[in-house]
Ligand binder design. Structure first.
Ligand SMILES: Nc1nc2c([nH]c(=O)n2[C@H]2C[C@H](O)[C@@H](COP(=O)(O)OP(=O)(O)OP(=O)(O)O)O2)c(=O)[nH]1
Length: 158
């Protein structure tokens, strides 16, 4: 299937708003698996203390009325100072916090010559497929990282 790339211009549906209020929808957290030449960008959280030092994909909570793609574009700009184009989903929807939230990760690529800066994280690393287990990921990310491994290997130029 052809990968579609988007940059927050409304390809997907906004979440939140007033739909489905009787049954509380899980809060959506989006993450960007930014891939460059067979490596993915992993980011070490700096806060809060319970998750500091754990590694994650850049991203965050989708705001009411915002699309998932737009949230990823916004979070990558805020956290890393970069522009990204968002591609296909990677891995499963992962329920977190006793089902109160759900993690959704998307493949992404850098726009132009933009270079990620650790504006909010304590450290950034570009990981090859064989290095994916070298950092302690947040627990919700583990099944996503497993699904990412073959995707990364397929884009590795070496
Ligand atoms: N961004 C991100 N968050 C993740 C991942 N895995 C995972 O369990 N989480 C959790 C950590 C946090 O509890 C939550 C995301 O919250 P956040 O604090 O990063 O979101 P945010 O940037 O919107 O923050 P805020 O405005 O609420 O302060 O999801 C991941 O790969 N990326």
């Amino acid at each position: 299937m052809q990968t579609e790339w988007a940059s927050g211009n409304g390809r997907d549906e906004p979440t939140g708003g007033f739909a489905g209020q009787g049954r509380r929808e899980p809060k959506v957290v989006v993450g960007a698996a930014i891939i460059v030449a067979g490596r993915v960008l992993a980011c070490a959280r700096s806060s809060p203390p319970e998750t500091a030092g754990r590694w994650e994909f850049p991203g965050g909570k989708v705001e009411p009325g915002e699309t998932e793609v737009a949230a990823l574009v916004r979070e990558c700009a805020e956290e890393l100072g970069i522009r990204v184009e968002v591609g296909d989903r990677v891995g499963p929807d992962v329920r977190m916090g006793h089902g109160r939230s759900v993690l959704k990760v998307y493949a992404a690529r850098l726009v132009g010559e933009d270079q990620p800066q650790p504006l909010e994280h304590s450290e950034l690393r570009w990981l090859r497929p064989e290095e994916l287990d070298s950092v302690p990921w947040l627990p919700a990310d583990v099944p996503v990282v497993a699904a990412l491994r073959p995707v990364l290997a397929a884009t590795d130029p070496s």
